[in-house]
Ligand binder design. Structure first.
Ligand SMILES: C[S@@+](CC[C@H](N)C(=O)[O-])C[C@H]1O[C@@H](n2cnc3c(N)ncnc32)[C@H](O)[C@@H]1O
Length: 269
């Protein structure tokens, strides 16, 4: 199996990956909310780009079918003690909020270990409802209790630490993660419209895998998962339909491969 590669094709079929070959999958699929993933527009119509054209406004049924194929494939390639971290957020259809809990059907037979709330500070403004400022990570395992969970690797300082009460100055980070989106002036920022912050993926990969293991991101985008996997001495495999993004990701991976120090309280890999 080829490692440390992003395949330029749709992840609905991952025939490049053998059964039970991947330890952890983390991904942020397209949200189907009309984001422009590099397509060119002429008179308001999508006319394609250098890579394969992708529309982020699929009919709802097609969108769900596409995600089902991807999760079925992921299940096939995941080791028996493997895990999935699936990022998605609420949508607003112009009238009301549509929560994404229908995705739970895709993971039937797996075990939901956490529903993480990822909270950040900025985004679109709203006048007649509170501004949406969080997304979800659904954390599923294939086995009910045999899975990697390196809690000590990701503990955070306990602000209310009292030596008379607590054994450690570090604590479990909980299921609410407050981490900033990547802002325009940060070094890690690319021009991908939906880039993950590296510290978010760092926490997930450190918790759910050990060195030398394999991380899959079926919707690789600007390559954040790959960059962080390499920095933490893990392998990555991924898929991305837009060729331009793969070029961007490969450049980013090359540039960062010697940089072992990441954001999360200066943890050194
Ligand atoms: C939400 S973005 C992922 C962003 C990524 N987490 C990052 O940090 O840059 C989703 C990506 O999936 C790609 N994509 C959409 N449909 C795909 C498919 N069927 N197979 C592979 N990639 C796809 C889009 O081009 C887009 O770059």
């Amino acid at each position: 199996m080829e490692l440390d590669i992003i395949f330029n094709k749709s992840c609905e079929n991952m025939s490049e990956l053998p059964d039970k070959s991947v330890n952890l999958m983390v991904t942020s699929p397209p949200y189907n909310i009309g984001i422009d993933y590099g397509n060119k527009h002429v008179n308001g119509k999508v006319v394609g780009s250098k890579g394969v054209k992708y529309s982020d406004s699929l009919p709802e049924e097609d969108y769900r079918k596409m995600l089902k194929k991807v999760i079925d494939e992921t299940r096939r390639v995941l080791t028996d003690n493997g895990q999935i971290w699936f990022n998605i957020k609420n949508r607003y259809d112009g009238k009301q909020v549509i929560p994404p809990f229908w995705v739970m059907d895709l993971f039937e037979g797996m075990y939901l270990k956490n529903l993480i709330i990822w909270n950040y500070d900025w985004g679109g403004s709203t006048n007649k409802r509170f501004a949406p400022r969080y997304e979800y990570f659904f954390f599923y395992t294939k086995h009910k209790d045999e899975y990697t969970f390196n809690l000590d690797e990701v503990k955070i300082p306990a602000l209310n630490y009292r030596p008379d009460r607590y054994k450690s100055q570090l604590k479990n980070p909980s299921d609410v993660w407050r981490m900033a989106l990547v802002s325009g002036n940060e070094i890690e920022r690319t021009n991908h419209p939906a880039q993950y912050p590296e510290e978010l993926i760092e926490r997930i990969i450190l918790t759910g895998t050990n060195e030398g293991e394999i991380v899959l991101d079926p919707f690789m985008g600007s390559g954040t998962t790959a960059v962080v996997a390499k920095q933490l001495n893990r392998h990555y495999v991924g898929y991305e339909i837009m060729k331009d993004y793969i070029e961007m990701a490969n450049k980013r991976i090359e540039k960062n491969s010697n940089n072992k120090i990441l954001n999360l309280f200066g943890h050194e890999a």
